[in-house]
Design a protein around this ligand. Sequence first.
Ligand code: SIN
Ligand code: FE
Length: 306
Amino acid sequence: MIKVPDFTENGWADPRLAADRARWCCERLEEGAILFFPQSPFVLSEADRNFLLGVRQAGASYYKNISYRPAEDRVKGFDRGRTDAGTLRRILREYSERVIESASRLLAPYAGRWRIDFASFRPFQEHGRQLSQIARNDLLHVDAFPTRPTNGGRILRVFTNLNRTQPRIWITSDPMEVLAPQLARSACLERFIPRRPWKKLQRVIVRWGRRAGLPLRDRSPYDAFMHHFHDFLKLNRAFQEECPKYRWEFPPGSSWIVFTDTVPHAVLSGQFAFEQTFIVPCDALLQPDKAPLRILERLAGTTLTN
Ligand code: SIN
Ligand code: FE
């Protein structure tokens, strides 16, 4: 974990150095670092914090978190009978806007190139949470979205711990650059290589269908493998027990940023967090060779997005 140098120290505040700072932050993230801010730049009013701490989530087994979709200004997954929908939507919208604005400055090389994905509010206590093994947050995994393929784009997430007194506790393991050469073969990467011509044809047909307005999902071999790898890691007892582990405590009021498709992570405890996701396309990266897509393509010996 790397504490982002205080912007008033070391000349970082100098506007002429803003571009250097942005490159430095992107490079560290792409290498698998967690950028850490002891004081979150996204401050919440006391009234809004009190409101959020009282929010109730809908049927816990159906929705994993409360999600906010910036493009539609829509919230999902809360108990409509017990929560004022308008207030919740306003708070999540404001949080999402503030994160996007700050991240656009902090990570300037990505701004305008990324796709802004969903945000979430996480009101559950993660310690002892009852979820299926694949859904469990306390098992190490890399993120992959089964319903929102990235086609090689990377999953960048900004978190904030809203809890007044308790830290959010994570463990992480070595990034994909180390992990994939060790485990991609036993996770059957071979099986995802698009060898058969009909597989390629299938994707061409899906794309035509999508253009014609059919609700089809165009999932690249990369997306299919990453989804499989997410499950593979959670189900792999030897990996969970024996892999190197690094423990992090994110104190109340702190924020952190990480590529969660690169850094295996698990949350052991903590309650009340915000999160905003961005999808960064490979051609916006400063070191594309470190992207999981390129790492897996080197191992597979072929492209995984056609
Ligand atoms: C996750 O992305 O696996 C959960 C992280 C968190 O909620 O702190
Ligand atoms: Fe995750």
